[in-house]
Design a protein around this ligand. Sequence first.
Ligand SMILES: Cc1cc2nc3c(=O)[nH]c(=O)nc-3n(C[C@H](O)[C@H](O)[C@H](O)COP(=O)(O)OP(=O)(O)OC[C@H]3O[C@@H](n4cnc5c(N)ncnc54)[C@H](O)[C@@H]3O)c2cc1C
Length: 501
Amino acid sequence: MKRDIKALSASQFDLLIIGAGIHGVAAAWAAARRGLSVALIEKEDFGGATSANSLKVIHGGLRYLQHLNIRRMRESISARARFLRMAPELVVPRSFLMPTFGTGTRSKLVMKIAMGMNDIISADRNNGVRADRRLPNCYVISRGELFKNLPQLDRPEFTGAAVWHDGFAENTDRLNLAFVLTAANAGAVVANYVRAEKLVVENRIATGVEAVDALSGAQITIRARQIINAAGPWFHTVKPELQRTWVKAYNLIVRKKWFGEFGLALESASDFHDPDAVVQRGKRNLFFVPWRDGTMIGTQYRFFPDDPDKRGITADEIAEFVREVNLMYPALDLKNEDVTLVHIGIMPALPGAAANAQPDKHSDIIDHEKAGGPRGLISIKGVKYTTGLSVGEDAAMLASEKLGRTWRELADELTGAEMPKTTKEKIVADEIVHAVRDEMACKLADVILRRTALGSFEFPGDAVLKSCADIMGRELGWDGKKIDAEIEDTRRIYRMHGLFS
Ligand SMILES: Cc1cc2nc3c(=O)[nH]c(=O)nc-3n(C[C@H](O)[C@H](O)[C@H](O)COP(=O)(O)OP(=O)(O)OC[C@H]3O[C@@H](n4cnc5c(N)ncnc54)[C@H](O)[C@@H]3O)c2cc1C
């Protein structure tokens, strides 16, 4: 996969996609494999924004049972099965525990019924899935078994726990990239560090974008018959009328692992009203998800009125989150210094977010031809990584229909959906060279945070940054000054994610 900026302006594409988060890459993957000529541009690196910062649960929508929304559950179950089938090296089964208590919605009896319903609704969940990636039936365990798994959680009110299973994306960055690689193999022209600046509209028809190559500063015009705006929290920069409210969503990454390979869902201390729920539980769940050498804890939400480029985290926000965790589960004795990083993304908010900071629950595909124009533009508002696959695909299908093409059913396939080999202890130079030559790694941060797993869990240290920058520098002709600038820029990204030293 080569970065060829000239190819972006050399011809008119059937479809231009702006933004390479999960929604944009799924759209590019779906369209290019069906023979559409596709251009995919990304203002930073592929999958480096919201999609890099999720809790990585590829979920089957168990919580939608509470909303009695079986259609949404089925959509999530189908997406989860597709990820488990297509990318078994990257998406693995993970079991979650949720303590039961009382006689209401979280009682053992109600949870047992819910788990049984979940098994029935997802009876086909393992069709075509590799044997070691299949998800077993859900079950309920006794109080004794719960405390055997979580000895320090000995709360008198707990009567046992419900256990369910979901997919877990060990590496969302490689997963995102696999869609890009597959689209490029099918003929798509893809480029990171190309920013769409202005939509070109002629006679109320969107015909392309004026864009900038952020690496060279060159201005380019990209022409297309259909355009998908998959710019995530920046989607209003493509179509200003889409301006809306956002929440900042963040997870703590901590250096402690408490519950083996089990994830844990615990009710937070604060009250919560879910406007979609038929059955209110009154509290929201925080998840503790084992990941690499530690745990991800999330998700926390804050109203975010600012520019998504200004996202970041303060020491006070981290301390407040740590306090909330300790209130819920004092025996964990979490310390601020256990936090290695904070994963942050900006998400669409529910109306009234200023008051209660809740993320929107519904993805949407906006056909601007039917919504005030211009013709030729489709925007995606996406709210889940899991369903990003089908929502991106549906947007591509809509664009294809508008082009008068027949949408063929195709078996799912992904290229390069593999875990990287490089570790902090052993930097595999060939892998970094391959990332530069064939996976469009342009900046040091691309290699540290996304092509390898070196830096998404914690800051890997200056020595690792320097070794990788030297290898990249030899490929890309960087001098000492450029190497220093790349290291400083990578540190800037870590500061944005809570590394203050
Ligand atoms: C903390 C957190 C936890 C989450 N946990 C889960 C979870 O466990 N499971 C789950 O399913 N979902 C989860 N989500 C939700 C999920 O991550 C998001 O819904 C999804 O990743 C959004 O994808 P996207 O493609 O819409 O946006 P993005 O990933 O933000 O992609 C949009 C891309 O467009 C690019 N772009 C913007 N403007 C331009 C422009 N002008 N030109 C070119 N490119 C542009 C951006 O740089 C960006 O890369 C979580 C989200 C957060 C933040």
